[in-house]
Write a protein that binds this ligand. Structure first.
Ligand SMILES: [Zn+2]
Length: 307
């Protein structure tokens, strides 16, 4: 499943290839991946210029200019404004919100290239010689055309983007939390961007057992964990993410982080630090991979987080 590094890689690729280009035609062959009416989706997108791209957590938003003949006063690019600010004329601009789900792939292809199975949406660019394709075998991903206000609301429901959160915010968010740190790290409402892969890797780097109760982690350990989270994400972004089966970038290339994984999907293989076999357990319905020797479990009764 694509997490922040994979989504960031897709976003960077899109920004290189499609900014300033116009969506000249839209074809939806599987309406299930569209939020709302797919006819309306087609009508809303066709003719618009792709002006910018942003991301929060695992969601991408492409900013689309107004329809031709519908000039937009006011803001033309940049991040969506924060919720709660006074109204601003939307002036016809829209955002294409993309969540890749489990197996979503966004690629830019020559329109003449053969279509792969499970290609559900095609966005022809400019003169139609190239197009953006959305392919998704399992169809958990979603595309939605929304207003700036709707995007603000959607992004506002997510916690801070993992690379941006401060130590103070991170420690405060842990306070009083019941449940395992592994589940907490993957909760998009408290911290946006991490999934199973990078949560496991960050916990290993911080030498913290995935079942440690989130609210019982000391401020010092929390600081180490946050550093580990940011490090692993930065390194994974630099290597274009991790590919297990489906993830590819917009040029169709896999990520290069797979050989760097220390624990994820390495059950039974020797720990790269101490040689003890990596173990797996299920937390909140998801597999967790960890070293039983290197990763210490914080006890439930120990002191709570202090800032
Ligand atoms: Zn170990």
């Amino acid at each position: 499943m694509p997490e922040l590094p994979e989504v960031e890689t897709v976003l960077r690729g899109l920004k290189q290839r499609v900014l300033g280009r116009r969506i000249s035609a839209v074809e939806v062959s599987h309406p299930q991946v569209i939020v709302g009416s797919s006819d309306e989706f087609v009508e809303l997108l066709r003719g618009r210029e792709i002006r910018d791209g942003t991301r929060k957590g695992k969601a991408i938003a492409l900013e689309l200019g107004p329809l031709p003949g519908f000039p937009a006063p006011g803001r033309r690019s940049g991040r969506p404004r924060q919720s709660g600010q006074p109204g601003r004329d939307n002036a016809g601009s829209r955002y294409l919100l993309v969540r890749l789900g489990m197996t979503g792939q966004f690629t830019v292809n020559p329109s003449a290239a053969p279509l792969e199975p499970h290609t559900h949406v095609r966005l022809a660019l400019d003169d139609g010689r190239e197009e953006i394709r959305y392919r998704d075998p399992r169809r958990f991903g979603r595309l939605r055309c929304c207003t700036a206000e709707e995007l603000d609301e959607i992004f506002g429901a997510l916690g801070p983007d993992a690379p941006e959160i401060s130590r103070r915010e991170f420690v405060a968010a842990l306070r009083g939390r019941r449940g395992a740190i592994k589940s907490w790290l993957m909760n998009q409402q408290v911290l946006a961007g991490l999934g199973n892969i990078y949560a496991d890797e960050a916990l290993f780097a911080a030498r913290l057992h995935p079942l440690s109760p989130a609210g019982r982690i000391s401020a010092k350990t929390a600081g180490n964990l946050l550093r580990a989270v940011k490090n692993v994400l930065r390194r994974a972004v630099n290597l274009q993410g991790t590919s297990f089966s489906d993830y590819i970038d917009i040029e169709g290339r896999p990520g290069n982080f797979l050989p760097r994984l220390k624990v994820y999907q390495r059950t039974g293989e020797p720990c790269r630090r101490c040689k003890k076999p990596i173990e797996r357990l299920v937390i909140g319905g998801r597999s967790s991979h960890f070293c039983p020797r290197c990763q210490r479990r914080v006890e439930s009764r120990k002191s709570t987080v202090k800032s």
